[in-house]
Design a protein around this ligand. Structure first.
Ligand code: FAD
Ligand code: NAD
Length: 404
């Protein structure tokens, strides 16, 4: 019998977890496992706010894909996927065309701009490691040039963050710690710097526990961060952003840096793949297969599932992506062995939102956490994710151990 080829696209949380589970479950001669990723490294998307603010070096957030795969079982190809055609069962990449018996699509998220004019051109975003580096370097450039300018334009020192979801708030938490360091580095009086978060909804972290949100806002305000709530960004230009403050009332905020953190969609390659989708996300079957395709699985932020308890989609998170990866590996092995697949049942453990390396809020395991306890919990979660992919060795190499 021909050895089936399992082609996994993307070495993010979802794709990499699928592969490390497959390499444990599939025997030496059981299948050809091929993993394709744009870079030869995996990056922790969940640390992009830190790399973007410059509170960690971006190298801390990445590790070589080959350091966590079993090369006797998995062939890693560093290439960019350029087209997926599930009807022809063909994937085009910069390393050539690839076919498969089972396909796992785990190409992650892109920033959602909702068609708001100017955002694609003028706003930066925390969507991958290089984008996060660009955010850091742009802020540093603005601060450095303000120091050197003879005629000073203080708006160079204004940072607008669009969106007060988890990404926006975690990034603001890092900025709260980083801005004083930058001011010292570039000889800038701190009162010249303005960090403003603009949120469309009537509250920060919509849907999260109100008491915890209140704590987060007050902690960030203590670090000088301002909030404009219920005021959607409606346009971005080279100079800054326009926000809507009332029926016919708008305000233009001049800013040297605009970081867009107002939501995500799936990878655009999904839209031309032949799979039914909405905003590049696929409403998957219970076993994580794409509707109508027996041999195609979707993992992570490209997948979409409804939580029946609240009749709303599960949020796209690393927590869920990793659990899906483990289930998909089991399901593919079941199919190869001629057995039935099983449904994916998320095991939601809660959410922790950092407010810098030393503070956080958390609603997890039925309890609420704030401050250093929540922050320590967040680091345990980050370390656990490393452990699940690369074991204790990876935790020792890349883990977070500063708990106090
Ligand atoms: P990703 O992890 O984004 O991986 C996608 C992979 O595909 C990447 O390696 C990418 O390089 C590769 N790729 C993309 N396009 C191509 C292509 N064309 N060809 C080849 N390779 C390609 N979730 C949590 O659960 N907890 C958190 O604390 C948390 N914090 C977050 C903080 C921030 C700042 C952000 C932005 C997100 C956070 N999330 C968190 C959400 C989480 O990061 C995502 O849900 C998760 O990364 C999704 O995993 P994925 O495998 O679908 O995609
Ligand atoms: P999100 O969708 O959770 O939040 C986006 C925010 O932007 C919302 O509050 C929304 O009201 C606001 N917004 C939308 N349009 C706007 C506009 N025009 N102007 C101003 N504000 C606007 O997106 P996110 O924060 O990028 O998070 C994406 C996913 O990643 C979520 O599932 C989140 O749970 C997950 N995540 C988790 C963590 C964590 O667990 N610590 C951290 C970051 C991200």
């Amino acid at each position: 019998m021909k050895r089936p080829t399992i082609l996994v696209l993307g070495a993010g949380y979802g794709g990499l977890t699928t592969v490390v589970n497959l390499q444990k479950l599939v025997g030496q001669d059981g299948a050809n496992i091929v993993l394709v990723n744009k870079n030869d490294y995996h990056y922790e998307s969940t640390w992009l706010h830190e790399a973007g603010a410059g509170t960690i070096d971006s190298n801390k957030a990445r590790y070589d894909v080959e350091s966590v795969i079993d090369k006797s079982k998995v062939k890693f190809v560093k290439a960019e996927v350029t087209n997926i055609d599930v009807t022809e069962r063909l994937v085009e990449t910069t390393a050539g065309k690839m076919d498969y018996d089972y396909l796992v699509i785990g190409l992650g998220f892109e920033g959602e701009t909702f068609g708001i004019p100017g955002l694609d051109t003028y706003a930066l975003a925390l969507t991958n490691l290089n984008a996060a580096r660009q955010v850091r370097e742009h802020i540093e450039y603005q601060f450095a040039s303000w120091s050197l300018d003879e005629v000073k334009d203080d708006s160079k020192l204004t940072i607008v963050v669009g969106g007060a979801g988890f990404t926006g708030i975690e990034f603001l938490g890092e900025l709260g710690n980083r801005v004083p360091e930058l001011c010292k580095e570039f000889d800038i009086p701190q009162e010249k710097v303005r960090v403003l978060c603009v949120e469309a909804a009537p509250m920060v972290l919509p849907g999260f526990d109100e008491g915890l949100v209140e704590y987060a806002v007050s902690q960030l305000q203590k670090k000088g961060i301002e909030f404009s709530i219920g005021t959607p960004v409606v346009e971005a230009t080279e100079e800054g952003v326009k926000i809507k403050k009332g029926e016919d009332e708008f305000e233009f905020i001049k800013a040297g840096t605009v970081v867009w953190a107002a939501g995500v969609r799936g990878n655009k390659l999904i839209e031309t793949s032949g799979i039914e989708n909405a905003r590049a996300r696929v409403r998957v079957e219970a076993d994580m297969r794409a509707p109508g395709f027996e041999d195609v699985f979707i993992v992570g932020d490209c997948a979409f599932m409804i939580n029946p308890e609240v009749d709303r989609p599960y949020p796209p998170t690393a927590q869920i992506a990793m659990q899906q990866g483990a289930q998909i590996a089991k399901n593919i092995v079941s199919l190869i062995e001629g057995n039935e697949t099983s449904a994916f049942v998320p095991d939601l453990k809660g959410a922790v939102c950092s407010l810098g390396h030393d503070d956080a809020i958390g609603d997890a395991m039925g309890r609420k956490f704030t401050g250093k306890t929540a922050s320590a919990l967040k680091k345990v979660i980050d370390n656990r994710a490393l452990f699940l992919v690369g074991g204790a060795g990876l935790v020792l190499k890349k883990g977070k151990f500063k708990f106090l």
